[in-house]
Design a protein around this ligand. Structure first.
Ligand SMILES: Nc1ncnc2c1ncn2[C@@H]1O[C@H](COP(=O)(O)OP(=O)(O)OP(=O)(O)O)[C@@H](O)[C@H]1O
Length: 362
């Protein structure tokens, strides 16, 4: 089942819009991830799709049928929340069966579905336990089993892994992904974790400042960010964004600082430009003070690579990922350079249409 939002808006009170003009189509069987910083309206959007929060304007459709006025139950979807929402005094089995009993489903049908769902999440042995007798990951799987048992074709998940430790998150991520594929669910998954978004999504929607910033596949979002916000949101360590000015004498040249100059074979379309360079697309090498254009501030050795934090002579901070281990001293002069994958943004942060082939050197 597909989900379509058309110009959806939400305000909780007359003065403040939380979301404006949200339009997107989530296709049947798609793993669709919504990401954005805290408070940008991710949960609000999910709750509007579920019917738990009314929309202020616009249209929500499921399989091309407008559902604005349908109550949550009639939308035939399931939700998995961050806090699992299990009933503490019920067994695992009864927790999974609860929604089906509420729908007055036939006893034997309920048994079959609950047993199958528990098997799918590897919890068959623990059906009699109470939620407090389970680990965090097991509780999370009960919540998942509930979604599986319901047989709904749409599942909405709101930060379902945020309470788990790093190792368990990775394992559960794989389990959710496998379940989604196996059941052909249309899954909308809210997270503020860029790694979760990158590893699981067919498509990602980036939300910020009330608006959709970009919708695309993980590689589109990473390689072709629509603006500097999206560029900064994905990638660790974060992309470098440097301010540059178009040369007054030659409109094909951008000056990042007196030492870093980029020549383009097309005219720079704006006077003030921001340049995005991912830290692993840069090079850093030791240099004497005449050749150098930066000094080292700090280094972090991560095992297979080192992050070099430096300050350009122009005063801007920059970080560069270099392979292996380097032993730079603090204040050591270095020469940093970049010759591939530069991204250009205007002063507002919107991507400028300058092709990757256009620049000659940096
Ligand atoms: N019931 C409500 N009444 C008034 N304002 C609300 C209500 N629920 C949420 N908000 C506000 O709407 C904005 C969006 O909240 P929402 O919970 O959707 O954000 P989020 O992106 O899910 O955040 P987080 O990642 O921190 O969970 C916030 O500024 C929040 O304070």
């Amino acid at each position: 089942m597909s989900i379509t939002l058309r110009n959806v808006r939400k305000d909780y009170d007359a003065q403040t819009d939380v979301l404006e003009d949200i339009s997107v189509k989530v296709e049947t069987g798609e793993f669709f991830v919504i990401v954005g910083p805290s408070g940008c309206g991710k949960s609000t959007l999910l709750r509007m799709i579920a019917g738990l929060t009314p929309i202020t304007a616009g249209e929500v459709s499921i399989d091309d049928k407008v559902v604005n006025d349908l109550p949550p139950k009639a939308r035939k979807l399931t939700m998995v929340f961050q806090n699992y929402a299990l009933f503490p005094f019920m067994s695992v089995w009864d927790n999974v069966a609860f929604g089906l009993k509420a729908r007055k489903m036939d006893q034997s049908d309920i048994k079959q579905r609950v047993d199958k769902a528990l098997k799918m999440v590897n919890l068959t042995e623990l059906g009699k336990r109470k939620p407090r007798e389970l680990s965090g990951g097991q509780r999370q799987r009960v919540a998942l089993a509930r979604a599986v048992a319901s047989d709904a074709k749409i599942c909405l998940m709101d930060e379902p892994l945020s309470n788990l430790d790093a190792q368990l998150r990775i394992k559960m991520r794989q389990e959710i992904y496998a379940l989604q594929r196996k059941l052909g669910l249309t899954l909308i998954y809210v997270t503020h974790d860029q790694v979760e978004a990158m590893t699981m999504a067919d498509h990602i929607m980036v939300l910020n400042d009330k608006h959709v910033q970009q919708i695309g596949t993980p590689s589109e979002i990473y390689q072709n960010p629509a603006n500097d916000f999206v560029a900064k949101f994905f990638g660790t360590p974060q992309i470098n964004i440097l301010s540059a000015k178009r040369s007054k004498t030659d409109h094909h040249v951008l000056n990042v600082s007196s030492d870093l100059e980029i020549a383009l074979d097309q005219e720079v379309p704006a006077e003030d430009v921001k340049i995005g360079i991912r830290p692993d697309d840069m090079k850093a090498e030791a240099a004497d003070s005449i050749e150098s254009n930066a000094v080292v501030k700090n280094t972090e050795f991560l095992g297979d690579e080192t992050i070099v934090y430096a300050t350009l002579n122009s005063g801007e901070n920059i970080h560069v990922v270099v392979p292996g281990q380097v032993n730079y001293r603090i204040y050591q002069p270095i020469k940093v350079s970049a010759d591939s994958n530069l991204m250009f943004f205007d002063a507002k942060g919107d991507r400028l249409n300058i092709s990757k082939e256009a620049y000659v050197h940096a």
